[in-house]
Design a protein. Structure first.
Length: 100
């Protein structure tokens, strides 16, 4: 009998865990919104994040899981597409979502 292998704390990257958790939460939010919108078929999803969390959102993973094109903007981006000013509702760990 051998002992369990020991893990190396230095090789654990908390950024990946945080990214997975954030992506799971945002996908759950998007799916809930899509369930509520029954009278029309949305084509695009826009996310508005606070600037220091922008890199945590993996666009390709979100698009793959919701099967819709996703566009991610920082709330302070002057060229963002935000017709209903949803970006004002973005909070740390919780991006604002606009579905078109």
């Amino acid at each position: 009998l051998t002992a369990w292998p020991k893990h190396n704390e230095k090789k654990i990257n908390e950024k990946f865990d945080k990214e997975d958790e954030i992506i799971d939460k945002v996908i759950a939010d998007i799916v809930n919104i899509l369930r509520l919108i029954k009278d029309r078929t949305p084509e695009k999803v826009y996310l508005y994040t606070i600037p220091n969390e922008h890199e945590l959102y993996n666009i390709k993973e979100i698009e793959k899981r919701i099967n819709k094109p996703v566009f991610i903007f920082k709330v302070n981006d002057k060229n963002k597409h935000d017709p209903q000013n949803k970006s004002q509702k973005a909070k740390p760990g919780k991006p604002a979502i606009f579905i078109e």
